[in-house]
Design a protein around this ligand. Structure first.
Ligand code: ATP
Ligand code: MG
Ligand code: MG
Length: 378
């Protein structure tokens, strides 16, 4: 059989590798550590840095097609890969997703709305950004941020004075959106340009980290249709081949503002593993392998809870004993605080995703929200 090469050995690589193996492919992973989550599933693991052109060249020469679970391969590394093999998604899209300034510029060109933003490459541009956006902004490193790392909130003049003298430029400054809710759409696009969108997901973050995803998002169909069209437009606009998560805010007026894109499987679509016949990982592998893309049909409703750090890991015994819950662990040895250790999908018959009170009951000790508190909108 053909060999799928996956750059990155984390949980997204592990679950992509499992889907590829199910489809009869060999899997060769490129990772920085031999004992990574994907090593349990892949036939081969090559070890190297993401900027090691020679090691990447050796890896590429041993696979038939290259894809990613980790976006931050160096430009030189990407060039080497693309020289040797078909790379899906393309180097162009990877480079867009690696840099928030390029990302926002391209998304604007495609014609989607964003939070107001300014590039901040020095103190002068920071002052200009505060002038333009006011004292209500988030500074984000342009590269390598995830789970809210590399972000500084500036919500007052005092916060601005309290910023460290040496900021990790370049940054972007974004106006803080008083969003009504956060949504994401997982869109797959095949080699023939066919697009398939999984149902819109609503995401609830805690400390900048995804905590809970609800599918389908409890929103009017008109809003869901707009979110789906938006994600399709971005996928077409970037010429995607593969899968991509599009994160967005719904603002107070009901307008959709794109937050960021991730051209790879996405944490907010892990519910597809138990609520869809073909999940995001199989869809991803199919797109990368040039196979037909089936409709992204959802047969059940789902809530996905991330298991983060040592505290959430204590819930595993309970999850194992609870019907209707499917546990996915990533095989990480050390449960550091803030580290994604696994997730649990709580499955409901289609059309019966409960409201806030019912969800609190169904989630039990997994939930840490107050069911009577209506401030969270679901
Ligand atoms: P990840 O890649 O893990 O999704 P990240 O580090 O790239 O995260 P963002 O997605 O940019 O970070 O931000 C994390 C969360 O912070 C968002 O999901 C949202 O809840 C909040 N956030 C980010 N930007 C804004 C904004 N402009 N206004 C309001 N909230 C924001
Ligand atoms: Mg991100
Ligand atoms: Mg994000």
């Amino acid at each position: 059989g053909a060999t799928i090469g996956i750059i990155g050995g984390g949980q997204l690589g592990r679950m992509s590798a499992a889907a590829a193996a199910r489809l009869g492919f060999h899997v060769h992973v490129y990772a920085t550590h031999a004992d990574c989550p994907a090593s349990e599933v892949a036939r081969h693991v090559s070890i190297g840095a993401y900027d090691d052109a020679e090691a990447l060249r050796a890896f590429a020469s041993r696979v038939d097609v290259v894809t990613f679970e980790f976006e931050n391969v160096s430009a030189a590394g990407l060039a080497v890969l693309e020289e040797l093999r078909v790379v899906r998604p393309s180097r162009d899209i990877l480079e867009v997703s690696q840099d928030r300034i390029i990302e926002k510029t391209r998304l604007s060109e495609i014609g989607v709305a964003l939070a107001p933003w300014r590039p901040v490459r020095n103190r002068k541009e920071l002052d200009a950004a505060v002038e333009a956006l006011g004292h209500h902004l988030i500074l984000k490193t342009t590269r390598l941020g995830y789970d809210g790392k590399g972000q500084f909130r500036v919500l007052s003049a005092d916060d601005l004075t309290a910023l460290p003298a040496e900021l990790p430029y370049p940054l972007v400054a974004e106006g803080v959106i008083a969003f009504d809710r956060e949504l994401s759409v997982m869109v797959a696009r095949g080699t023939d340009g066919t697009t398939r969108c999984f149902d819109v997901t609503q995401n609830i973050h805690r400390n900048g980290i995804l905590d809970l995803s609800l599918a389908p998002a409890p929103i009017p169909s008109e809003l869901a249709d707009r979110a789906t069209r938006l994600a399709t437009r971005v996928a077409d606009g970037l010429g995607l081949v593969g899968i991509m998560g599009v994160e967005m805010f719904v603002d107070a007026e009901g307008a959709l503002l794109v937050n960021e894109i991730a051209p790879r499987p996405h944490n907010s679509a892990h519910w597809t593993m138990n609520a869809c016949l073909v999940d995001q990982f199989e869809m991803h592998i199919r797109a990368v392998a040039g196979l037909p893309l089936p409709p992204a049909t959802r047969h059940s409703d789902a809530a996905m809870k991330n298991l983060i750090g040592p505290d959430d890991m204590t819930l595993c015994d309970m999850i194992f004993r609870t019907p209707g819950q499917s546990l996915h662990l990533y095989g990480k040895a050390e449960a550091r605080p803030g580290r994604k250790m696994g997730h649990v999908n709580i499955i409901f018959p289609r059309g019966s995703l409960p409201g806030r009170v019912g969800l609190a009951a169904a989630l039990g000790p997994l939930a840490d929200f107050d069911p009577e508190d209506g401030s969270e909108n679901f």
